[in-house]
Design a protein around this ligand. Structure first.
Ligand SMILES: Nc1ncnc2c1ncn2[C@@H]1O[C@H](COP(=O)(O)OP(=O)(O)OP(=O)(O)O)[C@@H](O)[C@H]1O
Ligand SMILES: [Mg+2]
Length: 333
């Protein structure tokens, strides 16, 4: 049975439906990611779960209990935002202890919990620093510790790492995962970073314009996009419509409206059962461990990814033969 169950959730702002009959199920102790374009309703969904604004209709259940009529405090949910929202006039320890003071916990017990949290997020030695004396990454660790210290059953994170640079972000991604595993807490994470979503999540919901476009485990979503929207949104697929397909392969596209082809499945080596295409490299992009070639075939640009090994990169204008296997063409109906 799922731990968080959302049924037919509708949320409007000024008469406009921002969440349209959403159904979600989230397992206990899992990390679930919400992905989707800007404005699709991710923050609104998190805020609805937290009780930060009223919903129009539907049900939100946590651990078998309806919570949608409860005040935010009564829901036992922690929250971390993109902008750290720390109290500037309080030290690290005081910021983390804030929620315990609100609960009027006795000082010794509170001090022990704060110390444990400081250790968990790796802020030893910074107990008496003020937020302005900390880096962005350190401030976000404080925000995380502050949200966790009251031992919520559910932690909601709204783009907590977006404002941080790539290296710190990677570090804190690992920290988030560690915390989630150690505490067994149920986390819902909103992110714009697909790699982050794929790497961290047990389950992913992709939202588009207030509805769920697709959900599943990361690998399934990546390998089996169910719509043109998902194929274009996830994983840099080459998406061809019927006309483009026919131009490229000189045969009609049967039983589908689109075909999606992952750039890394296109080979430069002849393979049995593969269709051959010939085109010219028009540009290349270095993406770290891979190089992306943009290859022009007729009027169509196809993206092809290669591992960035030491061998010489192809120049633009270089003619390239490409081989695409039937089984790597994902049909979208
Ligand atoms: N308080 C509000 N009053 C009116 N409209 C709102 C309010 N909050 C959000 N909206 C609208 O609801 C829609 C969804 O907004 P939301 O902030 O949930 O998107 P998001 O998916 O979190 O986007 P982003 O990725 O940019 O953070 C948007 O059209 C937004 O303008
Ligand atoms: Mg948002």
């Amino acid at each position: 049975m799922s731990y968080i169950t959302i049924k037919q959730l509708v949320k409007t702002f000024n008469g406009k439906e921002v969440l349209k009959m959403l159904d979600l199920e989230i397992e206990e102790g899992s990390l679930t990611t919400l992905l989707g374009p800007s404005g699709c309703g991710k923050s609104t969904l998190l805020r609805s779960i937290a009780g930060l604004h009223p919903i129009d209709s539907g049900e939100i259940m946590i651990d078998g209990k309806r919570v949608d009529h409860l005040s935010p405090n009564a829901r036992n949910i922690g929250m971390v935002f993109q902008n750290y929202a720390l109290f500037p006039n309080m030290t690290v320890s005081e910021n983390i202890r804030f929620g315990l003071d609100m609960k009027k916990m006795n000082k010794t017990e509170a001090a022990a919990k704060v110390e444990k949290m400081i250790e968990l997020v790796g802020l030893q030695g910074k107990e008496n620093a003020y937020p302005r004396q900390l880096s962005g990454g350190q401030q976000q660790r404080v925000a995380l510790a502050r949200a966790l210290v009251t031992e919520p059953k559910v932690l909601l994170l709204d783009e907590p790492l977006s404002a941080l640079d790539a290296q710190i972000r990677k570090h804190l991604q690992l920290l988030l995962k560690k915390v989630q595993m150690e505490l067994g807490i149920t986390m819902i994470l909103v992110t714009h970073d697909q790699e982050e979503a794929m790497a961290l999540s047990d389950y992913v919901y992709i939202l588009n314009d207030g509805y769920i476009a697709q959900s599943g485990v990361p690998n399934d979503i990546y390998k089996h996009p169910e719509s043109e929207f998902i194929a274009k949104f996830i994983g840099n697929y080459n998406v061809l419509d019927e006309r483009q397909y026919e131009h490229l392969f000189s045969r009609p596209l049967a039983d589908a409206r689109f075909v999606a082809i992952r750039p890394e499945t296109i080979s430069a080596i002849p393979e049995t059962n593969a269709l051959e295409l010939v085109g010219d490299v028009v540009s290349t992009a270095m993406l770290g461990s891979i190089v992306r070639y943009n290859v022009k075939i007729g009027e169509q640009i196809i993206h092809v990814d290669r591992l960035n090994r030491s061998h010489k990169q192809l120049d633009t204008d270089h003619q390239l033969r490409l081989y695409i296997k039937e089984e790597d063409m994902i049909k979208i109906v």
